[in-house]
Design a protein around this ligand. Structure first.
Ligand code: AN7
Length: 410
């Protein structure tokens, strides 16, 4: 049987208990998976023949056998060999795992399909989250799919338009809090404690992390049963890096991979409490009161899963690095123009971080590196329009068009 466990004092809680923080010490929880069941299932024909997706890994998920899954076909995203980008950065074996290919355009769908399935299993009729945008877009879609009420709290005026449009069209109640993400999260945590019928689906909810660990599973399978040497991922609230590490670790425990990758987290320079802690060898973060970055998705000053993230980085002998807004936007353009992969600014921070770490000699040129790009570029069209070459307006005449293209008329 799987159960929930406090990451600090190891107090245990039942798998169906609604508890967000340890009642003994106040720290966050994680799921201890029953890997015995998974060990048997992964050897079966059914497993081998199932398509790559989050629910291929149902045997790793703490969901009851009788539960109907709330799904929009998540996971199974492309792992793209990126030779041209590798050449530009001086790397021989570079891959991009493009999570923008998920149903609502970000990796959050991996967590939400499991989180909302669990919510329905527990009888919840109203789900809530605070969000810099993608979490709210995803929760709104899965709540609509499940036919339950959804409320999202977002920081006012600071979320990308594509994400806001998703939460709105899926019928979520959208509250724009006059404050930043960290303040909005503070409110939803209190609300879920106070009103027990409202189920909280921020990444503090360990069932979300369970869904997101499938990102690590998929990468190993797409590389023919091997982990890469290094995994690079943008870090905001730090749920994803923790989840991917849990995925690699579980595959390792089952002998499905023979080594573990160096986990490498990238934060925006104006919002980098985890990088600061890692670089100063501290086992504690100092929250950033006023986080700032063009990558609004990761504009988070007090990441909830910081302890899990620092543990993943240290245990895997990985590292963490900051990137400036300028480096992020340059990387976004580079990836779009030489690989055809359009990602939002936060996602491009993994590419920008890679570039910096190669330049600084931290990453070896022959390492097999996987960069996770976490969200689709269309999430934030304003930035892309600002960054790209402006359209040239021409008269509706052949000669004007040829002229603009610098082609001689025949
Ligand atoms: C594109 O939507 O936190 O470190 O509220 O949207 O797991 O938080 C988004 C985070 C990276 C950081 N890339 O992941 C939210 C939210 C994109 C994101 C992150 C987010 P975590």
């Amino acid at each position: 049987m799987s159960f929930q466990e406090c990451i600090s004092c190891h107090e245990k809680y039942g798998i169906d208990e609604i508890v967000y923080f340890c009642r003994k010490c106040g720290d966050i929880l994680e799921i201890k998976s029953d890997l015995g069941k998974a060990a048997v299932t992964v050897k079966s024909v059914g497993y081998r023949e199932s398509a790559l997706s989050v629910w291929r890994y149902r045997c790793f998920m703490p969901i009851g056998d009788a539960s109907d899954v709330v799904s929009l076909s998540e996971g199974g995203t492309g792992l793209h060999r990126s030779e041209r980008l590798g050449e530009a950065l001086g790397l021989s074996d570079l891959w991009v795992k493009n999570e923008g290919e998920n149903p609502t355009g970000s990796f959050k769908d991996r967590g939400m399909t499991v989180g909302v399935t669990k919510a329905v299993e527990l009888g919840a009729r109203h789900v809530i989250c605070a969000s810099t945008g993608n979490t709210s877009a995803s929760l709104a879609a899965y709540a609509a799919r499940a036919g339950i009420r959804c409320t999202v709290l977002i920081p006012s005026g600071k979320i990308a338009y594509g994400k806001l449009s998703q939460a709105m069209i899926h019928g979520a109640k959208v509250l724009q809090v006059r404050g930043n993400f960290d303040e909005a999260l503070g409110f939803v945590l209190k609300l879920a404690e106070k009103h027990r019928s409202i189920y909280l689906l921020n990444s503090i909810n360990p069932f979300r992390i369970e869904g997101q660990k499938s990102l690590g599973f998929e990468i190993c399978e797409q590389l023919g049963g091997n982990a890469p040497d290094r995994l690079i991922v943008p870090v905001g609230n730090a749920g994803n890096i923790s989840a991917i590490w849990k995925g690699f670790s579980e595959f390792y425990q089952l002998g499905l991979i023979s080594k573990l990758p160096k986990m490498t987290g990238i934060q925006a320079a104006g919002s980098a409490p985890i990088v600061k802690a890692v670089k100063s060898h501290s086992c504690k973060i100092v929250p950033v009161a006023e986080p700032e970055t063009v990558a609004t998705a990761i504009r988070i000053g007090a990441p909830v899963s910081w302890k899990k993230a620092i543990n993943a980085i240290n245990e895997s002998h990985g590292t963490a690095e900051t990137v400036t807004d300028e480096e992020i936007l340059d990387a976004q353009k580079l990836l779009a123009q030489i690989e055809g992969i359009f990602v939002e600014p936060a996602s491009a921070s993994s590419i920008a971080g890679l570039k910096k770490l190669v330049r600084n000699g931290i990453i070896n040129k022959n390492e097999r590196v996987v960069c996770v790009t976490t969200g689709h570029g269309l999430k934030d069209p304003d930035i892309a329009v600002k960054m790209g070459e402006k359209p040239v307006e021409v008269d509706a005449e052949m000669s004007a068009i040829e002229n603009a293209l610098g082609i001689k008329s025949k």
